[in-house]
Design a protein. Sequence first.
Length: 110
Amino acid sequence: MALLYADENFDYPVVEFLRLLGHDVLTVQEAGRVGGNDPQVLGDATTAGRAVVTFNRRHFERLHRQGVVHAGIVSCTWDSDRAALAARIDQAVAAAGSFAGKHLRVNRPP
């Protein structure tokens, strides 16, 4: 089980599937932090000991490369098959083990 923090634009049905797979997922909306910028989202997630789950790969990858300390970033390619996306995230998180400070990329298959 991973502690995840879904950013504001992350697809809520994927959050629900991740929860069914046993992950503890908190959304920005549930945390009452709507409207924050990417550094704030990453900071809030890190403070809570959670990895950010996002579709916003470019901005979060930039933060990661700048050396910002974080509890993990999981950036994903959007997929209309939300269950399949959740399964790919689940597999990537399980394979990574501890991913604090890491940036995991979960891509939609071609």
